[in-house]
Design a protein around this ligand. Structure first.
Ligand code: CA
Length: 229
């Protein structure tokens, strides 16, 4: 049974989500107060967290960022009310894995949740150690660790998945739809910019000069590939 935390102050939305996730055999814990939810999330393990942004006492962005600072690695799906909040989520290094904009259809939410929970299963079932090394970069799949010149780089789960996928097949170009399908597990119209934002953040962490990348290259007009030169 998957443990899912919902922090959402709108009771109707929270109950609707809980109802559908319970049908998927999830064990739901919900909070309407941001600060209470945050304190609980710090001390209890979850397979997935759904965070609203505008919450009493502590907002979703601060919750997400503080959880990551405290090394809580559960996948986080942000529920955003306005499109301008998306830029906030993606731009501020919150460490969220994905977002969905309100009003959302339950069908779409369920698709996201399933994709994220599948990811958890895959991660916890990996036992073999798969190491990729290229120039200064070193990726360890089982430990989900990345280092450059022996220095540890902190990546979000999605950034790691993106990098590992491309580095496993150097020289192969993935378009944005491919990456959405393979890394996020879904392909909804209009979410391709999610890929671009994650690539930009990934580059800012691993590339000496993100404008002239050495590892994750752009295939102009198509997508991205890992360097095979
Ligand atoms: Ca709210």
């Amino acid at each position: 049974m998957k443990r899912v935390l919902i922090i959402e102050d709108e009771q109707d939305i929270s109950e609707l989500i809980a109802l559908h996730l319970e049908d998927m055999d999830c064990n739901i814990t919900s909070f309407r107060d941001g600060r209470e939810g945050y304190n609980y999330a710090l001390n209890n393990p979850f397979d997935l967290m759904l965070l609203d942004i505008n919450l009493p006492r502590m907002n979703g962005i601060d919750i997400c960022r503080s959880l990551r600072t405290n090394k809580i690695k559960s996948p986080i799906l942000m529920l955003t009310a306005r499109s301008e909040e998306i830029d906030k989520i993606l731009g501020l290094e919150t460490g969220a894995d994905d977002y969905i904009t309100k009003p959302f259809s339950i069908r779409e939410l369920i698709a996201r949740v399933k994709a994220m929970l599948r990811r958890v299963d895959i991660d916890t079932n990996v036992e073999e150690s798969e190491i990729i090394a290229y120039k200064d970069i070193h990726l360890d799949k089982s430990k989900r660790k990345v280092s450059i010149a022996n220095e540890r780089i902190e990546l979000t789960p999605k950034e790691f998945d993106l990098l590992y996928l491309m580095a496993s097949n150097p020289g192969v170009t993935y378009d944005r739809k491919d990456l959405l399908n393979l890394v996020w597990g879904y392909d909804f119209e209009g979410y391709e910019h999610t890929v671009n934002s994650h690539i930009n953040r990934l580059r800012s962490k691993i590339e000496k000069d993100p404008a002239a990348p050495e590892y994750v290259l752009t295939t102009w007009g198509v997508g991205y590939r890992f360097n095979d030169a």
